[in-house]
Design a protein around this ligand. Structure first.
Ligand code: UDP
Ligand code: MG
Length: 321
């Protein structure tokens, strides 16, 4: 069986169309279910989801107790899914459901992770696209080359990858990095990313930046090493300047002077120190987040079709109501 996991946050305008396109695209796959995860929507999404589930038994619904964010919503969907393979797809139809049969056929060829690579993105802001591509460059540079660029969360993962993700309890979730970390056989399929079907992006720059930081900080300690190297370079530089100063003071008649240069050096050092503390603080804050070991999300409500049963296993960070 195939599960399709869809995180939903205030998508009342797209849900009907999404359901229609999924129902049209999935028949080549014999058995499937769709797990819709309502990530604390405040519009009519939940009511609409219930309405759809009342007429379509292949829909299963999970409602989180508040907005936990895209990555947490996907995690909730993965945990609730029961298929041998699971496809994660956005609710806004930027990722075409029509690609799913192709992902499935690659999985049947023996791949555990089939990610969809956006060869083209229509209808998105230039600055946003440029920042995203810059982010991927940095990430691949410092976290090793195995995180595919331009692959979002639209992907198929096999059951054993879902299980592996379930054993990774980190709160700073960057699922595209995590699925590439687990290994197994991975491959990509290219597609053209459409503009959003309706509504506006639920990823304001603030959330996007947060995701980018999660990606970098949880996949590499390079920034913290850079801080150490920077400190080392500054100390070396200062030792040279100190030597030169002492030399001119004691062995020549002209003592070095310059209030301005002194001030610049002091300010520069102060800045470097604050910046370094900030970088280290990023890691410390994340350690703090992780050691609290709070659940990744809380489920407020679940809607299942009467005929099917809940999965028996309850993993450690799945908090059922
Ligand atoms: N989403 C979510 N929780 C959030 C933000 C977004 O579940 O806090 C969902 C949203 O409903 C959509 C997907 O995540 O299905 C991707 O969001 P969006 O399309 O707004 O992001 P963009 O494509 O603009 O980066
Ligand atoms: Mg989108």
């Amino acid at each position: 069986m195939l599960s399709v996991v869809v995180p939903v946050f205030n998508e009342e305008d797209t849900l009907r169309e999404l359901h229609g396109r999924l129902s049209a695209a999935l028949p080549p796959v014999e058995a499937w279910e769709v797990v819709l995860v309502d990530d604390g929507s405040i519009d009519g999404s939940w009511e609409l989801m219930r309405e759809l589930a009342a007429v379509d038994v292949r829909l299963r619904l999970v409602r989180l107790s508040r907005n936990f964010g895209h990555q947490a919503a996907i995690t909730a969907g993965l945990e609730a899914s029961r298929g041998e393979a699971v496809v994660v797809i956005d609710a806004d139809l930027q990722d075409p459901p029509e690609l799913i049969p192709e992902l499935v056929s690659r999985w049947r060829d023996g791949y555990d992770v089939v990610y969809a690579v956006r060869s083209e993105r229509a209808g998105e802001n230039r600055i946003r696209l440029m920042s995203i591509s810059f982010f991927y460059k940095v990430l691949r540079r410092i976290a090793g080359n195995d995180i595919p660029a331009n692959a979002g969360d639209f992907r198929l993962v096999s059951r054993r990858v879902v299980d592996a993700l379930g054993t990774m309890p980190e709160r700073a979730r960057f699922l595209r990095g995590m699925t590439s970390w687990v290994g197994f056989r991975q491959t990509g399929v290219e597609y053209r990313r459409d503009p959003r079907y309706a509504g506006s992006s639920k990823y304001p720059p603030r959330k996007l930046l947060r995701l980018a930081l999660d990606g970098i900080v949880s996949f590499s300690t390079v920034p913290i090493k850079l801080v150490a190297w920077l400190g080392f370079a500054i100390v070396a530089f200062c030792l040279v300047v100190l030597g030169w100063t002492l030399y001119t003071r004691f062995f020549t008649h002209s003592a070095p002077q310059g209030w301005t240069s002194l001030l610049v050096v002091v300010l520069l050092l102060g800045g470097v120190q604050l910046l370094s503390l900030g970088i280290i603080g990023q890691y410390v804050a994340r350690i703090f987040d992780e050691v609290k070991e709070r659940p990744l999300y809380l489920v407020a409500e679940q809607v299942e079709t009467p005929r099917v049963e809940l999965p028996a296993d309850e993993s450690a960070f799945h908090a059922a109501p």
